[in-house]
Design a protein around this ligand. Structure first.
Ligand code: ZN
Length: 138
């Protein structure tokens, strides 16, 4: 069995943003030389997510509105977590949007359903953060 590991780095200016990282994950898969197996892709930070959904700007605006209803950023004082930090909302948003995705690898390609794409969801940007890509198979 082959094994491959890579960290993808992100530093967004905006506090919240969604980035389609499918091309980077496909590049990792090419580098790995693995044609049958599994890709695990996870945020390495507890205020960011990796998730699969449609690359459609209206949907991303809907995510933003929905998450702001569930866990509004402000006022910062509404969260017990805040005080030293101001990212209580970002921890909650990450919890809803998830930590990781697993994608099957078949014939050297990500074996997606229709419209599936992999996204990095940043909820507390402005600093360097990582996504782990781990691929196993043969
Ligand atoms: Zn925090």
């Amino acid at each position: 069995m082959k094994s491959y590991r890579k960290e993808l780095w992100f530093e967004t200016k905006a506090r919240r943003v969604y980035i389609n990282i499918t091309p980077q994950v496909e590049e990792c898969l090419r580098e790995s030389g693995i044609s049958e197996g599994l890709v695990l892709c996870n945020a390495m930070h507890i205020t960011a997510s990796v998730f699969i959904n449609d690359d459609e700007s209206g949907l991303h605006a809907d995510f933003e509105r929905w998450l702001e209803k569930l866990a509004p950023e402000k006022p910062h004082s509404q969260y017990a977590h805040n005080g030293f930090e101001d990212n209580g909302d970002a921890h909650l948003k990450r919890q809803i949007m998830g930590r990781e995705v697993v994608v099957a690898v078949t014939d050297g390609k990500l074996d997606f359903g229709p419209w599936e794409q992999i996204f990095y969801g940043e909820f507390d940007g402005g600093r360097k953060k990582r996504v782990l890509v781990k691929i196993i198979g043969e």
